[in-house]
Design a protein around this ligand. Structure first.
Ligand code: GLN
Length: 542
């Protein structure tokens, strides 16, 4: 019998940033723990075809999937919580929907009909809702709708949810509405009115939410639950409290305490396939919350004011911390602030320095200086993408004596383009989706730190960049002691550089942070933290 895929739609009300992604990922985790195969997808109402061209200040990190899609950072949560791999199909924007519809119209696929929001746009949205379910691989698909109900731009998505629910039937599709219960200190009260209004907006669109998940700073007393139940036509058991948590990784357990998984399964007429197994998750939380040591890591970046800009890096540290049973204190420093020796000395307290990915010239010299500081002082160093390129530039300038070594991204006329544009990038004019994107293989050199880390000779990692190590300089670098320990076997591109003379100095052209999950922390982050702990111990003896 074909699997009847069940659908859960998650909408949001009152304000944005309530953590729909975390709630969706937590519910997904619980359903997975009950034996179901689950995927999560996000539908974003903005007009960009994907978030690839968005400034991180606008929208946080751009998460890249194996198939090279540039996607919303919530997909990172889905992967980290569920240990699944997402793809382009897991993230669809209004821009993509219109792009598809307009392409079909230009091809004449609509046979002379007037193309309209209903039914053509909503049909396209629904086709995308069902795309993953149709693969037959999933029992349950959770669909997160970005933005807030009532926003003009999300109307077609909400209408498509209404239609999908009608077509699939109440036992096969449910709607969870995430809202906020503000707490008024002076009145000492949690207020339900904003939630009532946002549910009303959903009702106007023809959608009765099945479950309310209410974000709150305070526990929600029974009388407030009763009130919400009465005003929003939701049975009281289905009014769920989502109280602020110490860590996002507590949320699955908090949702379980509120029986969210049980209620969802009841409404979808499903029985658990197994006794809920969250043992490894709890083990992870146990280690995370009971560290025996601590290390200080400095991340040198450009978008440090906005924590979401480096979301996956921050989460990778959490996973690696638990694995090493230590607390990782991460200080985010703007590379623009590292302009002189005095400021550079602020890095002295670091047990490890990570130079972050990035684009453009701003702050680049601070990043290069930070690399030099880590190299000279034997501080564990980890460079990601632009961070690796900075390591190459620094080594070129200060070890090989190529004082003007640079990347042609920052200085197109450098006499020493140690980082240069790939040939296939040279004549591109479109910015969207044209970088080297997605998973590529990398061969690991025997006897290197990379081999110690991966314990493998061929790996796959995800990329998002245009520039590369310039192989014209490879020999000179290797002779001077920088080893290319990972190479793309098809194109001979340098993917990992390291310094065997240094306790830990590793730069990678790809983005390992995109593959770190709760149950499979990324081995480079794990090793980096381990080396930072070792460094700290040696320092305390000196
Ligand atoms: N700006 C660099 C490039 O395009 C690095 C990109 C990155 O760090 N993701 O190659």
């Amino acid at each position: 019998m074909e699997v009847q895929t069940k659908y859960i739609f998650v909408t949001g009300g009152v304000t944005s940033s309530l953590g729909k992604g975390i709630i969706s990922a937590s519910l997904g985790k619980l359903l997975q723990a009950a034996g179901f195969s689950v995927s999560i997808q996000k539908f974003d109402p903005y007009i960009n075809v994907d978030p690839g061209t968005l400034n991180p200040y606008e929208h946080g990190e751009c998460f890249v999937t194996d198939d090279g899609a540039e996607t919303d950072l919530d997909l990172g949560h889905y992967e980290r919580f569920l240990g699944i791999r997402t793809a382009q199909a897991n993230n669809v924007t209004t821009g993509r929907i219109y792009f598809n519809v307009i392409s079909k119209e230009r091809k004449g696929n609509y046979l002379g009909k007037t193309v309209q929001v209903i039914p053509h746009i909503t049909d396209e949205i629904k086709a995308n809702f069902y795309q993953l379910g149709k693969t037959g691989k999933y029992d349950i698909i959770i669909t997160e709708i970005g933005g807030c109900v009532g926003d003009i731009e999300s109307l077609p998505f909400i209408e498509a949810v209404r239609q999908a629910r009608w077509e699939l039937g109440a036992n096969n599709a449910i709607v969870i509405h995430l809202t906020l219960l503000p707490y008024l200190k002076k009145a000492g009260e949690l207020k339900t009115k904003p939630t009532q209004h946002s549910v009303k907006t959903l009702l106007e669109a023809g959608i009765q939410p099945d479950i309310l998940v209410c974000r709150s700073e305070q526990p929600i007393p029974t009388d407030i639950r009763k009130k919400l139940s009465l005003f929003c036509n939701v049975d009281i058991k289905s009014v769920i409290e989502a109280i602020d948590a110490d860590t996002i990784y507590d949320v699955p357990l908090l949702m379980r305490k509120e029986n969210l998984d049980k209620i969802v399964l009841d409404k979808l007429r499903l029985s658990p396939k197994q006794k809920t197994d969250l043992e490894t998750w709890k083990e992870f939380l146990g280690k995370l919350k009971n560290p025996t040591e601590e290390v200080n890591i400095v991340v040198v970046g450009k978008y440090v004011e906005l924590p979401d800009a480096y979301k996956s890096i921050a989460e990778s540290f959490v996973h690696a911390a638990a694995q090493n049973e230590c607390k990782v204190n991460v200080a985010w420093i703007s590379s623009e602030d590292l302009v002189n020796d005095k400021l550079l000395r602020s890095l002295e307290k670091a047990d490890g320095i990570l130079v972050a990915p990035g684009f453009g010239e701003r702050g680049i010299e601070g990043k290069v200086s930070a690399v030099g500081f880590a190299r000279r002082n034997n501080i564990p160093f980890f460079g990601i993408c632009l961070g690796m390129q900075c390591a190459v530039i620094e080594f070129g300038r200060n070890v090989l004596g190529l004082s003007e070594a640079h990347s042609t991204e920052m200085r197109p006329d450098t006499p020493h383009p140690v980082i240069d544009l790939m040939k296939e990038q040279q004549n591109l004019t479109d910015k969207g989706g044209t970088m080297r994107l997605g998973a590529y293989p990398c061969r690991i050199k025997a006897g290197t730190m990379a081999e110690q880390i991966y314990k493998d000779s061929l790996i796959q990692e995800r990329h998002r960049h245009r520039y590369e190590f310039n192989n014209a300089y490879l020999k000179a670098y290797e002779q001077a002691g920088m080893v290319a320990s990972g190479i793309n076997p098809d194109k001979d591109l340098v993917e990992i550089v390291e310094l065997p003379s240094h306790p830990f100095f590793v730069g990678v052209q790809y983005h390992p942070e995109l593959k770190s999950t709760v149950l499979q922390p990324h081995p480079i982050f794990v090793k980096f933290i381990q080396k930072a702990l070792e460094y700290k111990k040696v320092q305390s003896f000196n």
